[in-house]
Design a protein around this ligand. Structure first.
Ligand code: FE2
Ligand code: FE2
Length: 273
């Protein structure tokens, strides 16, 4: 039984700098490293769905590389809106093999009887995501070329979650969902929302969102929601394919969490904005 550990929204800052002046995400990486080593028999591969860095600085990518390179299991990554493609690719290219292009780091990889699609939805200077037509042409062709049950990972979620500021557009979202809907054995797995969320996009495609490893979004389903974080318990998702199809479980990390907040996401909504 293949188990894919899904991590998201690490928002790593270099040692000595706090994310949003409050969150020690460099220390969180030490806690994460220990947990990943202790639990290495509970997952077969890791997929990280973006916002690895808080502002795309190269030191944060060196830190991430050191952590994930030491693990005995394969690991795959795509950028989010807080990442920068150039330093991401410079430091982490071994976690994103055979990318579509240097301008879009999408790729696919086979894991035994299953396939992972890792899609790059980053638009520099823009908070919300998009997939270019060329990438969707490639995705459509790749999906027609395999019968393997597939997980599709990307940072942004092509569904408005009812969380105020996070109710954003998704460029080419309708076409993206239409392509995924052609296959019943495909699940879309995202991040960006910093909470575990599940929905059925356009009543066609199951979408599940992993919580953040570092900062949880305040659960505020009003027009002013979606822009503050709280130190709730961080978490992860595990996707596995069983007799009835893909099943997603959510787990919590036993890292110190004092439930303080909410605090604003300030200054680094997008590093190129
Ligand atoms: Fe994020
Ligand atoms: Fe994000």
């Amino acid at each position: 039984m293949m188990k894919i550990l899904h991590l998201s929204d690490l928002h790593v800052e270099p040692v000595g700098k706090l994310a949003y002046a409050r969150a020690n995400t460099a220390r969180r990486m030490i806690e994460l490293t220990e947990w990943l080593a202790q639990h290495k028999d509970e997952y077969d591969a890791i997929a990280v769905s973006g916002d690895l860095s808080c502002d795309g600085n190269i030191d944060s990518y060196h830190l991430i590389d050191a952590i994930f390179r030491s693990l005995p299991k394969p690991c795959f990554m795509v950028p989010g809106n807080h990442d920068r493609r150039k330093p991401f690719l410079e430091c982490l290219s071994h976690f994103c093999p055979n990318v579509y292009s240097p301008e879009n780091l999408s790729f696919s990889v086979d894991l035994g009887d299953y396939r992972l699609f890792m899609l790059d939805t980053l638009q520099p200077g823009i908070h919300w995501g998009a997939l270019p037509d060329g990438v969707l042409d490639w995705l459509e062709a790749e999906m027609k070329n395999t019968n393997k049950p597939s997980l599709v990972f990307c940072h942004h979620t092509p569904v408005k979650p009812g969380m105020g500021y996070m109710d954003e557009p998704f460029g080419n979202g309708d076409r993206f969902i239409e392509i995924l809907s052609q296959r019943p054995d495909v699940r879309l797995c995202t991040g960006h929302l910093h909470r575990p969320v599940a929905t059925l996009a356009k009543n066609k495609v199951v979408v599940v969102t992993a919580p953040s490893v570092s900062l949880q979004m305040l659960l505020d389903l009003t027009p002013k929601g979606g822009d503050e974080f709280v130190f709730e318990t961080p978490g992860y998702a595990v996707h596995t394919f069983l007799d009835d199809g893909w099943v997603t479980h959510f787990g919590q990390f036993p890292f110190p969490s004092d439930f303080s907040g909410p605090y604003p996401f300030v200054n680094t909504i997008n590093p190129d904005a």
